[in-house]
Ligand binder design. Sequence first.
Ligand code: FMN
Length: 141
Amino acid sequence: MYRIIYMGSSVKLLEENEIDSLLKHSRRSNINNHITGVLLYIVGDFLQVIEGEEDVIISLFEKIKKDSRHKGIICLFSENVKEKQFSDWSMGFHMTNYEKLIKDTGYDTLSRIELANIEDKTASILLNTFIKSNKDSITFW
Ligand SMILES: Cc1cc2nc3c(=O)[nH]c(=O)nc-3n(C[C@H](O)[C@H](O)[C@H](O)COP(=O)(O)O)c2cc1C
């Protein structure tokens, strides 16, 4: 199994219907390709984890990087992993903000720049901690 965690910034604040259509397309395509993961929308910034077969994940990430809806893509984690962490979610989604991210992960400060500079293992831990404490408000279909 392979996992990529990346972040990027939306080129504009997305309307609800734009998020809906992004999720609808992604979820359908992820189910077909046995991809799972979570997308966080943090006031205009995306933080996403995608996991699945290595070649499938790498080629999806190539596509995502070219998507004109976001820019400034930074890969935080890209590694082989033993197993999927989000095997139930074709694309879990949650909208949040940096204050909430700080509160739920125990960081003193956390901005887009700080998040973009964290080390790969830390990115994974941070995301898992946040997702665990928000499990009930993550939408997955
Ligand atoms: C923040 C973000 C996350 C995305 N996540 C996924 C995803 O998990 N799966 C997916 O198939 N497409 C995802 N996309 C869409 C892809 O970038 C691309 O538009 C889509 O895969 C193209 O699909 P097509 O080849 O069927 O036209 C995402 C786009 C953005 C902006």
